[in-house]
Design a protein around this ligand. Structure first.
Ligand code: XIL
Length: 365
């Protein structure tokens, strides 16, 4: 990035690290979370450049943003030799100008990869991983508060020993790809906190329990081996139609906290597909789940931040093409558009907004 731009972003990053009393409006979720000593933020993408009102809502409510897609392998590298960081650059600059801390998501993920990666040999995949981390994390070095270095290391459904997620990186290097990716990220960016991001851990299902156990073991192994792991991201795509056990999840948070790592809830939203009734009833049910879940999270001091996966229902990934395609594949038919986020289609705060605020303020259930 040009020096000038880098200065603008650095100024933003510096501001985001100062005592955080002035930047956001007093009534924003960012300010309310900050009073509790935690971050609040949202995933962002190119929609903020097409919708100034939404951009203003993000800037008002958030202290932190996650780059939703623009630095993922298939977006920033549509072909092996073509690096297209323009959108990521714009998002990083925008966030810097707004004094928002930035999370990079994600350097290595065994899912959602471009087809060209799947055609490479194991040796080529390993080389590509090192070069990709060096170039991507290196480009934004000093500008990123935390990097999800590895996303979703576990998915026991693949049947691999240890419950690891299969994919090009695992096939090429086995589970060692994880430690290697963290070392490469550290070499490329000495400043960013390096985090491991995982899905499903809040479910009280066989899947959730196995991923939790796998993750605790992996964290121990990485720390024992001196790998620069500095934080844990738990996605939190809550699905109220699946079993959930507050106590079990609270215990898991406490077990992670014993490892002395900060925890972020990185992709929070509440699926409303299992709720019936009119819109107000659905919104209330979504809000109740936010409040219950975040009350448990706030009871654990190691939880240092909460980031929702978008901020307004209008831009929820549950309304996006990726999800529509997945639903088509799985023959799922939705009767109404999803309402999983704190702001509605017209950017008005919903019951979920108040529920999130209440949890941050310690007004429990
Ligand atoms: C999703 C994005 O929101 C979609 O726009 C994209 O098409 C697919 O990926 N877990 C993750 C995120 O870690 O990267 C995913 O984001 C949602 C699930």
């Amino acid at each position: 990035m040009a020096n000038l731009s880098r200065r603008a972003v650095l100024a933003g990053l510096a501001a985001s690290l100062l005592p955080r009393a002035t930047a956001a409006q007093p009534s924003s979720l960012g300010a309310i979370a900050d009073a509790r000593g935690v971050w609040f933020g949202s995933a962002i993408g190119e929609e903020i450049f097409a919708d100034p009102a939404y951009a203003a809502a993000i800037a008002r409510e958030c202290r932190m943003v996650t780059i939703e897609n623009a630095v993922k392998l298939g977006f920033i590298r549509p072909e092996p030799d073509r690096f297209t960081p323009e959108m990521a650059d714009r998002l990083v600059l925008w966030a810097g100008e707004k004094h928002l801390a930035i999370r990079g998501h994600t350097l290595v993920w065994n899912d959602n990869n471009p087809d060209w990666l799947k055609r490479m040999s194991g040796r080529e995949v390993a080389r590509l991983m090192d070069a990709h981390i060096a170039e991507t994390a290196g480009r934004y070095a000093g500008l990123i508060q935390s990097w999800d270095v590895v996303n979703e290391p576990f998915y026991p459904g693949f049947g691999l020993p240890g419950g690891y997620r299969d994919g090009p990186f695992f096939a090429a290097m086995g589970k060692d790809y994880i430690a290697r990716a963290f070392h490469a990220a550290r070499a490329a960016d000495p400043i960013a906190k390096l985090t491991l991001n995982e899905a499903f851990t809040e479910e009280d299902t066989d899947l959730g329990r196995r991923v939790r156990a796998g993750l605790l073991g992996l964290v121990d192994d990485l720390l024992d081996a001196g790998v620069p792991l500095q934080g844990i991201g738990l996605q939190g795509h809550l699905k109220p139609h699946l079993p959930y056990d507050d106590q079990a999840f609270g215990k898991f948070l406490a077990a992670l906290a014993e490892r002395k790592l900060p925890i972020l809830i990185t992709e929070l939203d509440v699926s409303d597909e299992g709720f019936s009734g009119d819109q107000a009833a659905v919104d209330r049910a979504v809000a109740a789940r936010y409040r219950q879940f975040l009350t448990t999270c706030m009871a654990e001091p190691a939880v240092k931040g909460v980031i929702t996966w978008q901020l307004s229902d209008r831009y929820s990934w549950y309304r996006g093409d990726w999800y529509k395609n997945a639903q088509r594949r799985d023959h799922i038919h939705r009767l109404r558009p999803a309402r999983p986020l704190p702001l509605d289609d017209r950017l008005r705060p919903k019951a979920a907004w108040a529920a999130i605020a209440a949890a941050f303020e310690g007004r429990g259930l």
